[in-house]
Design a protein around this ligand. Structure first.
Ligand SMILES: Cc1cc2nc3c(=O)[nH]c(=O)nc-3n(C[C@H](O)[C@H](O)[C@H](O)COP(=O)(O)OP(=O)(O)OC[C@H]3O[C@@H](n4cnc5c(N)ncnc54)[C@H](O)[C@@H]3O)c2cc1C
Length: 229
């Protein structure tokens, strides 16, 4: 995709839609990948999200598939006792899911600077979508407890200029391409001086801590954030 077209306007779906659950796969004991039917004419920008409604409650889920893919794919981490995530992690294929969208402004802004993507857990979803749309040359730091939580590594690593999994609870020896500790440790220790565009997605604590590192080390940076909590 030509860089400029990434920022083409994506009109929202007219009103609320019902999306059929086509398939669900378990990526880890707590995280599931859901394929939802993509309505004809549904357009979105990589990084945007769906707002799902169930039982009078609404929650946002970022689209992990690319605009050129035939389904709307989301990653859902089960929050025990939650209003919506357990429903999504258990609903049988064929279930009708009420949703609106696309929503959000966490979209890729092409620039002559190196994009640095930093994610925790299911916060990898927008970066999978951006890479599927043709974004390349990014540095990616993905934080997880163990290597099994580095979702979409096989897809993202070949498309990245540099890929680093940051594992906080993995026993030694660590797999290739990973380091111990958190995403913010990697931001502090592994990036040379330079001009970067930072895209931060996932846990609010990670984003708050990453902003401190960026303020201290990269004062000319542009920063885009999408906290999930
Ligand atoms: C912009 C945006 C994008 C998002 N994208 C995704 C996504 O792609 N995938 C995804 O899985 N989630 C995503 N989320 C989070 C999602 O919207 C829900 O908040 C989450 O699934 C919990 O909803 P729930 O109704 O199951 O739990 P709730 O009923 O909201 O919460 C139940 C209990 O768990 C606590 N809780 C809520 N969230 C968490 C959490 N993350 N960790 C620990 N405790 C929690 C609550 O405080 C409450 O006590 C996103 C959130 C935002 C704001």
């Amino acid at each position: 995709m030509a860089p400029g077209s990434l920022n083409a306007p994506a009109p929202p779906i007219a009103g609320r839609q019902t999306l059929r659950l086509l398939a669900r796969r378990s990526l880890s004991p707590e995280v599931f990948e859901l394929d939802l039917e993509r309505p004809p004419g549904f357009r979105f920008l990589p990084g945007q999200r769906l707002r799902i409604r169930e039982g009078g409650v609404e929650r946002d889920y970022t689209i992990a598939s690319g605009p050129g893919e035939g389904v709307l794919r989301i990653l859902v981490r089960r929050v025990p006792g939650g209003s919506i995530s357990p429903f999504l992690c258990e609903a049988p294929p064929g279930t009708a899911i009420a949703a609106s969208g696309p929503h959000g402004y966490f979209v890729f802004a092409p620039a002559p600077r190196t994009p640095v993507f930093a994610a925790t857990g299911v916060g990898i979803a927008p970066f999978r979508s951006m890479a599927a749309s043709g974004v390349r040359g990014f540095v990616l730091f993905h934080g997880a407890g163990r290597a099994g939580g580095l979702f979409y590594r096989e897809f993202l690593e070949p498309r990245a200029a540099r890929y680093r999994g940051c594992l906080s609870r993995q026993a030694q020896p660590l797999p290739a391409g990973t380091r111990p500790g958190r995403v913010t440790d990697a931001l502090r220790e592994e990036l040379a001086e330079g001009d970067y565009d930072f895209y931060l997605c996932g846990r609010g604590e990670m984003i708050a801590e990453a902003l401190q590192v960026i303020d201290a080390r990269f004062p000319r940076a542009r920063v885009f954030t999408e906290p999930f909590s």
